[in-house]
Design a protein around this ligand. Sequence first.
Ligand code: F6P
Length: 364
Amino acid sequence: MKKNILVGQSGGPTAVINASLYGIIKEAAAHSEQIGSVYGMINGIEGFLSGHIMDLSKELSDEDLELLRLTPAAYLGSCRYKLPENLDASVYTLLFEKFEQLNIGAVFYIGGNDSMDTADKLSRWAAHNNKEISFIGVPKTIDNDIYGTDMTFGFYSAVNIASDAIDCIHTTASSHNRVFIVEVMGHKVGWLTLNAGMAGGADIILLPEIPYDIDKVIEKIEDRDKKGCRFTIIAVAEGAISREDAALTKKDYKKKMEKYPFPSVSYEVAAQIQEKTGREVRVTVPGHMQRGGSPCPYDRVFASRLGSEAGKLILDNQYGFMVGYKNREIVRVPLEDVAGKLKTVDPDATIVQEAKLLGICFGD
Ligand code: F6P
């Protein structure tokens, strides 16, 4: 008997998230002898739990589908919902009852780290309870922090926007002899800031993986000044941390953050530079703009490839995998090797060394 499939999108959207949804639907349609309907969760697993679903096979015309491929954001809507660690929790039984009511054979979950964690937990629950439903993760995040894949889609589109922001700041920074800080997203990792900072021509890049010393940052600004460069642009990752803070215990850091007087780390860096040098400092935060706009060609192709490869997993009866990208090849990575891990920037990576050779300061 034919089984149906279910797709959900979760976490922060990207400019390109729907291309993978398109890939999955197309792959399913091409194998209609094995696959029945394609259902979509409205607002991820959280919406699904409340009964919000749609039948994508019936409700989307071929034309809608073609347009979907090029439409940014999460067509199905998203959620930030973490399943409990305890697999005995009643929510799992409830979810599987719902999967069975819809005769679901495979669930695709498109999202970031928390989404891979969701897919992994559901996959483990299915294995422990002898349920023949496969769970497949599709890695989407502008942060590019998912373990087991060299790349996530949405990343390069976000790099474009953040580098454009840094590029544009050059005009006013150079006219007013100011120090400018551009805060870049990325959650706890620095991939986006590192790439956007290098592409946009930042003079200083501060990453969570390389705790900064504010005196080194100031040294660089003054050194540029001496050399006749009248402005400095600093790309600061939203998760950047000072050496002093990185040395605190988790408890002490949490305590400090309870009384933190700044909206984010960039404003703290700005205040310190202003206080120690008397220079004018401005902060720009492109924020959620980094998740929108027009997806870049690389991301469009990559997301479509991952979506269609994800579709193939069901035909090959492969359970519990994330589709990923390693050494220029699309690969299948066991979800258990991905969940709960973070892909961070190695401070000794060649890209960091190369950036340093180009004169970029990391505040270390
Ligand atoms: O995970 C993507 C991301 O954009 C991070 O870079 C950022 O920290 C977070 O989402 C912001 O989340 P929210 O949309 O909940 O503000």
